[in-house]
Design a binder for this molecule. Sequence first.
Ligand SMILES: Nc1ncnc2c1ncn2[C@@H]1O[C@H](COP(=O)(O)OP(=O)(O)OP(=O)(O)O)[C@@H](O)[C@H]1O
Length: 151
Amino acid sequence: MPQQVTQSPTPNSIPSLLMKERELSWQVATNLLISFKYAWAGIIYSFQTQRNFRIHVSVCVLAIALSIFLHLPSVEIAIIGITSGLVLVMELLNTAIESVVDLTVKQSYHELAKVAKDCAAGAVLVSAMVAVLVAAILILPPLVVVIRSAL
Ligand SMILES: Nc1ncnc2c1ncn2[C@@H]1O[C@H](COP(=O)(O)OP(=O)(O)OP(=O)(O)O)[C@@H](O)[C@H]1O
């Protein structure tokens, strides 16, 4: 049976290919402000629908507030900010992957849908464990000192 060979795109044809990809989009943000609006809508959607996202936002705010209250060095506050922020990013990606999987398989069971959702949830878990470990190492010692001096 003759095999169908797809030619790889030449550098000149790449811009027109990209245009075609964008044609598939139902709506395209026409400027930066509108892009921000859609990004914000995604964050609000996750906050309103995902309990875990709300928990992670609260813990993230608490960790940064505590590190400011304890007068941690700015590098340590930045590290806590990065690790906590990473958890929120993972949660947003997890929500995006869950939505795409549900859109694809609807309410039917599929082994690959399970793999995709479990791996996305695993990514959130790994980032959350790293964030807790980093926060515990940086926040706990000065927090214990403050609590002891208050007693
Ligand atoms: N269509 C599906 N096919 C196979 N397994 C699925 C499917 N949908 C969900 N699952 C399984 O059920 C689990 C929970 O799915 P769900 O969509 O509720 O995600 P979740 O991990 O609970 O989301 P959250 O991150 O909000 O807690 C998935 O991790 C997966 O193991």
